[in-house]
Design a protein around this ligand. Structure first.
Ligand code: B16
Ligand code: MG
Length: 218
């Protein structure tokens, strides 16, 4: 890894907080309405995938056809449910160690940003009380292309004036790792090597992770 680290970009769902469980509940409820039982394994495949694309996948698995108009309505219903579920999010829901790690980075002059597919990013960060922690936030409202396209990460480095090769991305989804690699960034998977085989390096979480450990990664 290039040791000139200037920017760390964090994915949100699955890296900073576990919102996947709420996405699952909301998608499951929606799928039930058209008689389909969504499984946990299928939900894994929706990680990092945008709302509309997630819906299209679920409809495909269910073998159900819906018009574009109906799809917009279904995505709205799902999101209303999801937003209701995440109202209970609080600072204690932030994954252990992440905040300290970000403080460590900032103390050392490294910029930190968010690169998330979620259109609810700011609401979630506000609930977690960490909206002001980041130098820049890129969410699903600001991008044209979904991960694995690198746009969501490149936007941060462009705005902050930092070269992709001096940028590190933390991601829990395979599609997000692909996006970071496509952007020419160093990709750290958060999870396990089996699920994220193309990541440059994989960590199980941020407990015991620090800037000095980051600098040792190869
Ligand atoms: P929303 P990330 C992604 O967030 C989630 O992993 C994915 O499951 C979700 O469908 C997507 O955001 C869109 O979320 O419906 O809130 O716009 O992992 O990129 O932070
Ligand atoms: Mg994620």
């Amino acid at each position: 890894m290039n040791n000139n680290i200037e920017l760390c970009i964090f994915d949100l769902d699955g890296v900073i907080v576990d919102t996947a469980k709420y996405h699952f509940l909301a998608w499951k409820k929606l799928a039930k309405e058209f008689g389909y039982e969504l499984t946990k394994k299928q939900n894994e495949k929706l990680k990092g995938v945008s709302r509309v694309e997630s819906l299209k996948l679920i409809l495909q698995w269910a073998g159900v056809h819906k018009t574009e108009e109906e799809q917009i309505e279904l995505a709205r219903i799902k999101n209303d449910n999801y937003v209701q579920l995440i109202q209970t999010l609080k600072p204690e829901d932030i994954f252990p160690g992440v905040k300290n790690f970000i403080f460590d980075l900032k103390k050392n002059g490294i910029k930190c940003s968010i690169g998330s597919a979620s259109k609810n990013t700011k609401l979630i960060l506000r609930k977690l009380k960490i909206l002001d922690l980041f130098d820049y936030i890129v969410d699903g409202n600001m991008t044209k292309y979904s991960k694995p396209h690198p746009e969501v990460f490149l936007k941060s480095s462009e705005v902050l004036g930092i070269k992709p090769q001096n940028t590190i991305v933390f991601e829990d989804a395979a599609k997000g790792i692909e996006a970071a690699l496509a952007g020419g960034m160093f990709a750290i998977g958060v999870g396990n090597t089996e699920d994220l085989p193309t990541a440059h390096y994989v960590i199980s979480g941020f407990t015991d992770f620090s800037l000095s450990r980051l600098k040792e990664t190869k």
